[in-house]
Write a protein that binds this ligand. Structure first.
Ligand code: FE2
Length: 318
């Protein structure tokens, strides 16, 4: 079982020492760690979006209710520019957030309000579409490859019409720490073993309270993360393969598989071999109706009709 392997290395830097202490506090608390099991494994669907960009849709509409507040996860990447040359030209969004994470290459983005930026390898763009944006997202190769993810995160009804916002987070601004001396953890959002992510908003302002980790197994090792039992959670393996370990069960998850985790349990234990890389994502469900029409995600059909009307009237550009 993973817990028995959970001895942190003390590498000497302040962050690791602090994590070590916090982790010991965590594991010695009265509530025993109970790793969640896998409920279902899902193979992504190959598709094209934007101007013919080839991608794998990992989290599809079929899983929106089960994985509330997450609406979609795309994994795009290729070493052939013909697979994504057209990029994602001007298109609208309303009612949710998009989180774009580049792990190779770049993404140039521009919107109707004049925002422009270049998302570099290892960086994240967190866009809150709110009441509406029109933007373009154009992938660019770096040393012949381009690869990344886009996650769609729902907004609660009271924030769907908020003012649009962008947060561009360069790679060196994403907190990282070593777990067990063998695993590098990049904390994009939420908190992991005492390390706060690049995006950590107060729960009262961030109803979905998302955890977003990129976990790199540098040697054969086991990673543990506490999870709020009420939060829906899943992982996606994008290099190698891993196993999800619970008290009585160990299930392997292959490359390019999404594993939806059961909600019983206060954490997850992931065993990986050297070179494996995994995204671990969890969040507070909104438990609200989901009405989606392409890039608009609202609560009712009437709100969708309004969104289309507003877009056609040019209101998204103001
Ligand atoms: Fe977009």
């Amino acid at each position: 079982m993973c817990l028995s392997l959970n001895a942190f290395n003390n590498s000497g830097n302040d962050l690791d020492q602090e994590n070590h202490a916090k982790s010991q506090t965590m594991t010695s608390s009265k509530i025993p760690f109970q790793g969640r099991r896998i409920e279902q494994q899902v193979m992504g669907q190959a598709t094209r979006d934007g101007d013919g960009v080839k991608l794998t849709r990992v989290l599809t509409q079929a899983h929106q209710r089960r994985l509330d507040p997450f609406l979609m996860l795309d994994n795009f990447g290729s070493d052939d520019p013909n697979d994504y040359g057209g990029g994602f030209p001007d298109h609208p969004h309303r009612g949710f957030e998009t989180v774009t994470y580049m792990i190779a290459g770049r993404m140039r983005h521009k919107d109707s309000a004049g925002h422009e930026g270049l998302l570099q390898n290892g960086g994240v763009q967190w866009m809150t579409a709110g009441r509406g944006v029109v933007h373009s997202e154009m992938p660019e190769q770096e040393e012949g490859v381009m690869e990344g993810f886009q996650l769609w995160l729902n907004l609660p009804s009271y924030q769907k019409m908020c003012t649009p916002a962008y947060l561009d987070i360069q790679s060196d601004s994403i907190p990282e720490y070593q777990f067990n001396g063998s695993i590098k953890v990049r904390v994009i959002s939420g908190e992991s073993n005492g390390v706060s992510g690049a995006v950590l908003r107060p729960p009262e302002l961030f109803a979905t309270n998302p955890l977003y980790l990129d976990i790199h197994f540098e040697n054969d090792a086991c990673f543990e993360q506490t999870l709020n039992p009420l939060h829906n959670a899943f992982l996606f393996v994008y290099r190698g393969h891993v196993s999800v370990v619970s008290d009585s069960n160990k299930t392997s998850v292959g490359l390019h598989r999404m594993a939806i985790l059961q909600n019983e349990g206060n954490g997850v234990a992931i065993e990986g071999s050297r070179g494996a890389k995994v995204l671990l994502i969890a969040g507070q469900p909104l438990n609200e109706p989901i009405a989606q029409h392409g890039p608009f995600v609202m609560n009712t059909r009437e709100e969708l009709i309004q969104a289309v009307d507003d877009f056609r009237s040019g209101l998204f550009n103001s």
